[in-house]
Design a protein around this ligand. Sequence first.
Ligand SMILES: [Mg+2]
Length: 183
Amino acid sequence: MGIILVDMDGVIADYVGGIERELSHAGIDPIPRSMMTRYDFSVYSKEAQEFIEEIPQRRGFFYSLKPVEGALEGVIELSTQDEVFICSAPKISSRYCHSEKSEWIKNHLGKEFCKRLILAKDKTLVMGDILLDDRPDVFGIAVPKWKQVLFRQPWNSHIQEMPSFSWSEGIKRFYDIVRTLWD
Ligand SMILES: [Mg+2]
């Protein structure tokens, strides 16, 4: 048994989908995700980026995010084999982010899973064996105990030096990757 830290936005909660929904409501056409080749919204115009910056501060934004396809099943399957914790860096500019992330977990994974939510701006301080995260540059003040498996998304598809995984590949594939990291 090991400790697996699973990131939230972009791994189990569809953050970009939430942004796209709000852009559409405002009459701005979302840019296809395949064109988001960087871990930010720099593919959008400056005006759109200013609008995007404000969206996550809205009440209900984090709670209303849709689960990433296959993520809930994947997390539950992982937790039959390992100690799974959800490890998310909250948006400090949002008054609602912390509580809504907890409510989201309760809603989609159940009350018991709320005890497994770790909100940490610096994930290098969190102990674990594996971090599954879509951010290609998870840095902080410590040398992390965990090794990262990159959750594959268009915005990190240029990263080749890190093992990557997506829920559609199945949990067996995840453990194959993990074995190569720790053997
Ligand atoms: Mg993320």
